[in-house]
Ligand binder design. Structure first.
Ligand SMILES: [Zn+2]
Length: 228
């Protein structure tokens, strides 16, 4: 059963902040998603300027001044809807948080960022194709730290690390464009109601984000060693 407007009784779209029939603000529902807030389907290739315009439009409609003479509960709901709207916008406007959020809605547990000293955990999630590069990098990082402890500088080693860093940053940029291709695949699968294809896109996005997180940590480790 879909919910009904408290004021006029019209049926409401899932999680809609307002009734389209009478315009009254609604209480946020417990299972509302950030996509519902904007009346969007669970798709990923969002036009962020359209999202921004929708955000400002909703923000204005929910502004406390508008509710100065409204009932106490409507004032309360407008505040709750505003805070929900802010969270929704912050999450959906950026590529990685948006993708992670959708994957979470789809039942995927997203691994949170780990501290860099948590070596064992990091090792276990290393993408296999990076094995050699990471092995070499770790040796160089170790040497760099040793040098620093001894107060020595090795320009050759520093140069190698700079080079490695540039290479990993290139991989990050590449993974961003790969991610956009997976968004298109996901969105098409949603439109076609093709569950197998959705599952495939979902798994590939999870793997891509894992790898991206891993490479980003490598870049951070190199930056730390270089004293950047
Ligand atoms: Zn209504």
């Amino acid at each position: 059963m879909s919910a009904a407007c408290w004021s006029c009784g019209s049926a409401l779209a899932a999680g809609a902040p307002f009734c389209v029939a009478c315009g009254k603000v609604q209480a946020p529902t417990a299972d509302v998603t950030y996509f519902d807030v904007f009346g969007l389907p669970r798709k990923l290739a969002l036009d962020t300027s359209t999202l921004e315009r929708a955000f400002y439009k909703l923000s204005r409609k929910l502004h406390p001044d508008v509710y100065a003479r409204a009932s106490e509960r409507e004032q309360q709901w407008s505040l709750e809807q505003t805070s929900l709207l802010n969270d929704a916008y912050r999450t959906l406007k950026n590529a990685i948080p948006r993708t992670e959020y959708l994957l979470k809605l789809e039942g995927v547990e997203i691994e949170q960022d780990r501290a860099s000293e948590n070596g064992a955990k990091k090792e276990s999630r290393m993408p296999p194709d990076l094995l050699e590069e990471v092995f070499e990098l770790n040796m160089q990082l170790e040497e760099m730290r040793m040098n620093q402890k001894m107060g020595e500088d090795d320009p050759q080693l520093r140069g190698d690390l700079e080079k490695a860093k540039t290479q990993f940053e290139g991989q990050l940029a590449e993974s961003d464009s790969d991610l956009q291709k997976l968004w298109v695949k996901w969105d098409a699968a949603v439109d076609a109601d093709d569950e197998a294809s959705q599952a495939d896109a979902k798994n590939k996005m999870v793997a891509l984000l894992d790898r991206r997180r891993y490479v980003r940590n490598l870049v951070r480790d190199v930056n730390e060693a270089l004293g950047a």
